[in-house]
Each structure stands twice: as C-alpha cells, then as structure tokens.
Write a protein that binds this ligand. Structure first.
Ligand code: ADP
Ligand code: ZN
Length: 595
C-alpha cells in the first residue's frame, strides 16, 4: 500500500485516500474482484488506475462512450501515465501502433469499447499480452432492470471465463439492490468484494416545481442563478431539444442541441464545445451525458420529467462533481407523464419490461409530488438511510402545506368513472369546472350530475389533484385509451369514503430567493482568479484539451488562496503531481507574480 500512496501523492498530487479507495485498491492489487458503488465525483477512477499501475501488465478499461475516451486518456497523459484507447475513431495505422505498444508492455491503461473488447481478434490480442486487470466502468449498463442497458455489456461475462486469473473491478454510480444483483450475476462477480459508498450528493440542491410557463420559468432560473455557468437542460423529445436550444440562443445564451437524430459529427462537435467552453448550455435528450467528465457543471435542468428516479438521480448527478454548490432544477406536469407513457408504449420490449417501466414512472411522479424532503426520499429509493431533513432541497427550504383532499379525490375519481375511464386530465377538469367545450357537447358530458361540481378549485389545482391521485396509485394513465385516466383497485376505499387522503398544496412561486451558487471564496481576489483562468485556457487551447484537464477549479482556487511563490510550494497544492509541477509550475508562478 505504500506504493499506492506514493503514486497518489506523486502522480496525482493528492494527500490521502478517501474511503474506501485504499481498501478497494488493496483488494484489486492482490488479484481479487471488486464491485464499487460510489456516487459521481467520489473518486472511482483511482480505484482501477492505481492498481493498473502497480500490477504488472496493462489495465483494460471498458467504457461505453467512445467520444469521451479521448479526453479521459488526455487527462491521464497529463499526469504522465501511459494510457491509450482503441476505438473506431482511429486509423488502421494508429491501431497498429497502439497494439504494438501493448504487446511490448509499454502501456499502463488501455480504454476499449465493449463491442470491440469482445471481438475474437481483440481477445486473441489480449491473450498474447500481460493484463493487470479489467475495469468495467458504468457497470449498471449490464442490467436490463437498470436504465442504460447495453446488449454489448452482456458479453462481458466471457472475461471471467477467458481470463480467470485477471482481477475485475466493476464500477457504477447508480444501482438499486436489484440492479446490483444483476451486475453480480451477469458479470459473474459472485466472489467480488462489494464496496458501497453513500449515494448522497450534499452539494446538489434539488428543486422541483409545477410547470405553468416552462420557458419563462427556465429563463428566470438560468438568468438569476447561472448566467455565466455551464449546465445541461434535459428534454424528452428531439423536437423539444431543438426548439429549446434555439430559443435559449435567441435569449442570448450559448446553447447547443444534442440528441441521437443529429449526425455523429455534429454531436461530437457539440459535445466537445460543451467540454471546453466556460459558459455553455447543452440542451439534450437522455442520449447525452453518460460518462461526461466535466466536473464543473453548475446546473442540470429537467424541462420535462424523466421516466424514473434512477434516471433523475443519474442525470442530476452530472452537476457539481467538483463538490462545489450546484443546482438540480425541474418543472413537471401531467403532460410529461402522458408523453412518457406514449413513448413507453411505442417502444420495443416485452410486456414485463413495460410493466417495470410503468412502476418506475409512477415512482418518479410520486417523487415530484412529495411533501417531505427530496433527498431523504431519493436516498431511501436506493435503500440508504438518511436524516428526515436535508436543508438543501425545495421542500426543506420552503415546507409544503397539505390539505385534506378526500372530497376532491372523490369528485375526481367519480368523474373518471362516469366518463367511462377514457379521457385525459384536461377534459376531466373541464367537466368538473362546468366548461362548455366542443368535446363536452360532443359526449353530452354537460348532462352528467357531476358537471360543474368542482368550482371550488382552480383548473391548476384540479390538475394537481389528478397528478397526485396517479402518483398515489389510485388512477393510471392508460395508453390503450390514448393516455386517458382509468381507476385502479386501490381507489375503492377512498371512493367509498372509507379512507382519507392528504394533498400537497403546490407552493406559489416566490421569486428572487437565492439558490445556491458556487461562490468564489471571499478571500480570493477576482483579478488573480481571472488571470489564472486565462492562463489555463491558453494552455488548454494550445494542447486541444478541455481546461479542467490542465487543472481542476479546486486546484486553481488553492493557487489563488495560497499564492505559492516557489515550485516547492506549488507542488503542495492539491491536484499537482510531479508531471504537472514540471510542466506548468513555472508558468502559473509567473502569472501569480505578475498580478
Ligand atoms: P467518479 O469517477 O467517481 O465520478 P472521479 O474518479 O472522476 O470520480 O474523481 C472525482 C474527482 O475527485 C477528480 O477530480 C479526482 O481527481 C478527485 N479525487 C479522487 N480521489 C481523490 C483523493 N483521494 N483526494 C483528492 N481528490 C481526489
Ligand atoms: Zn431536504
């Protein structure tokens, strides 16, 4: 372990291991298998990078996203680590060179996409070389229960058979108990030591609001809190992505779209811009984000509700990997649920899979409708105990009022029943309010005894009632009836007056309340900070890498706080290892002397 600590300090420039890095590294160095579950930003990469450097041979890292391998490898090379990648972006000559250096034993780490790794040709190549370990990143992709299932990942169980003596480490940031079981089963990790580190991301503030004028809500949020930051806005459809990105550009923001319908070159270009620019917003479908290595993403917005709590956790988790304050903000409405149901229904997959997705969707809606701490519920979803209040989510910061909704629920459920369980929320609300729409006339719904009996509540309040009934499982949006609401067994006692229900009173939007923003610590001089950033930007541009690959913000902050005057002092900063000291020490010291 002394060797591991020396590498941590000299190569990576960090003082000590975080829990449980040392133990994981020890397990793998000794040749054991490991499964590591650790929240994003926790420091998973070191857990295979250091063992790969200590054990003889090259460490093979399976990573699903080809587009990101280049940056991952660039960051390692900055540290003086002999790393490379094999993927379809390389020319045959480049591949030949990399394979040759692998055979000569010159590499510490090699990143490979799963589909390439499991080709017979690659397996034969690896068998002719010394392999120190296999690291399977984003291991939840192996689970069909999980949210990012990849068929290619299933083939990875052959590693166990083909290389029985090579240790394997599987890593992921999200996996509920069931996904975890599938990882173990599908990768044959039965004897692996499991390390589970909490899911909590204390620096992320969660905020979820009812949608009423989404564009304006989004604009207010970004303008007020993140006008100069990098962030992601998630939408469900390509069309919405395009429209939202265009609109943000018209409002003067630097916004780019990203979805699977764009050509590979446009996607790659936009992704690269996102990794490099300081103020930039990427508007994306879920196709964007896995493995995104930018650590200073300050906000993630959900412009439409994601389909599961896992997806929400994973997507919001891309904010604030550097540990500084970040915001996860969402607006949602019943139209999102209907849209997701339709997408689910038209997607391929067997019935059982669709049922699972339906359960997950309802759990997500329930999460939006919470009256209690969001973080507590999020952690409970992953079976983790936590305090009842976190003080850093909307429901903790502005406690939500509740009201006795029993009578309203009975009216709402009755109107679903009396209109034959096939109409969507907006029509049902019209009936309750006694509106005179064409549809109401067409179906003679103005003849119903229930017509107009809900005037005590506004349309918005009724929409909230229907959402909460669905979230609580009293009704479902039935795709076979075009998303119309139908009753479930569970609603009976409520309808008969044998049960009561409390509803959330959607808070009136207070504007101007400060959300968390990553502040520059007070003792940092803005002039120094900007000079350091400018120098970092220059170096990054020269080498064609993102700025954080040169130094993370936290290292720059330490520089501005401590104002080192010698290489010795510079080498003590967190994130400055031997290689970076040699490469960048003089340049940054010069900048510090000049400001
Ligand atoms: P993950 O893959 O778990 O999301 P990373 O491996 O990218 O996280 O690490 C997140 C950040 O934490 C990186 O900037 C990394 O350099 C830093 N880090 C990791 N381990 C340590 C440590 N022991 N001490 C200080 N910083 C660390
Ligand atoms: Zn809370």
């Amino acid at each position: 372990m002394q060797q591991a600590l020396t590498l941590l300090q000299e190569t990576f420039g960090y003082e000590s291991f975080r829990a449980p890095q040392a133990e994981v590294i020890d397990t793998v160095v000794r040749g054991g298998d490991a499964l590591l579950l650790m929240s994003t930003g926790g420091g998973k990469s070191l857990c295979y990078q250091i063992p790969a450097m200590i054990r003889p041979g090259c460490g093979i890292v399976v990573s699903p996203l080809i587009a990101l391998m280049q940056d991952q490898v660039a960051a390692l090379k900055q540290l003086g680590i002999k790393a490379s990648f094999l993927n379809s972006t390389l020319t045959p000559n480049e591949i030949y060179d990399i394979e040759a250096s692998l055979r000569r034993g010159e590499l510490d780490l090699l990143y490979v996409a799963p589909e390439r790794l499991t080709q017979p040709r690659t397996l034969a190549l690896l068998k002719s070389c010394a392999i120190s370990l296999f690291a399977i990143d984003e291991a939840h992709c192996v689970s069909q229960w999980g949210h990012d299932f990849r068929v290619d990942y299933l083939a990875l169980n052959l590693l166990h058979e083909e290389f029985p003596s090579v240790p394997r480490i599987a890593l992921t940031a999200t996996a509920d108990a069931r996904t975890r079981e599938e990882i173990v089963k599908n990768l044959a990790l039965n004897t692996a030591k499991e390390f589970v580190v909490g899911f909590d991301r204390p620096n992320i503030q969660y905020r979820i609001t009812e949608k009423h004028n989404p564009r304006q809500q989004l604009l207010n949020f970004i303008r007020q809190h993140h006008a100069d930051d990098a962030g992601i806005v998630y939408c469900l459809s390509r069309k919405k992505v395009e429209a939202t990105a265009d609109w943000l550009c018209q409002q003067g923001f630097n916004a780019l779209p990203y979805h699977a319908g764009l050509s590979a070159s446009v996607r790659q270009h936009n992704q690269r811009r996102f990794l490099r620019d300081e103020q930039i917003i990427i508007v994306a479908t879920i196709a964007f984000g896995m493995g995104i290595d930018r650590s200073d993403i300050r906000f993630v917005c959900h412009y439409e509700m994601p389909g599961s709590v896992e997806a929400y956790y994973q997507e919001t988790g891309r904010a604030g990997r550097d540990g500084q304050a970040a915001n996860a903000w969402m607006v949602y409405g019943f139209q999102d649920v209907t849209k997701l149901r339709q997408m689910l229904d038209s997607a391929q997959g067997d019935e059982q899979h669709k049922r699972v997705e339906q359960i997950k969707l309802n759990a997500m809606l329930g999460f939006c409708e919470l009256t209690t701490c969001r973080r507590h519920a999020l952690l409970a979803y992953f079976d983790e105990a936590s305090p009842e209040h976190c003080s850093n989510c909307d429901t903790c910061l502005n406690p939500v009022e509740t009201w006795d909704g029993t009578e309203a629920a009975q009216k709402a459920l009755s109107v679903i029943y009396r209109t034959d369980q096939r109409f969507g929320v907006s029509h049902l609300v019209d009936v309750l309010l006694g509106k005179a729409s064409d549809k109401i006339k067409q179906f003679n719904h103005d003849q119903l005894p229930l017509y107009g009996i809900g005037q005590e509540l506004s349309a918005q309040a009724w929409q909230s009632v229907f959402r909460q009934l669905v979230a609580a499982g009293h009704a479902v949006a039935d795709p076979e009836r075009f998303g119309g609401l139908a009753l479930t067994e569970k609603c009976r006692p409520l309808l008969k007056g044998e049960d009561v229900i409390q509803f959330r009173k959607d808070p009136v939007q207070k504007t101007g309340k400060k959300l968390s923003k990553a502040p520059l610590p007070e003792d940092i001089d803005v002039v120094v900070w900007e000079a350091l950033r400018a120098h970092r930007r220059e170096l990054a541009e020269e080498q064609g890498v993102p700025p954080y690959v040169i130094f993370h913000d936290s290292t720059l902050q330490a520089m501005a706080e401590q104002m080192p005057t010698s290489l010795d002092e510079f080498g003590d900063l967190p994130g400055v290892g031997e290689r970076k000291l040699e490469k960048y020490g003089d340049g940054f010291l010069r900048v510090l002397r000049q400001v």
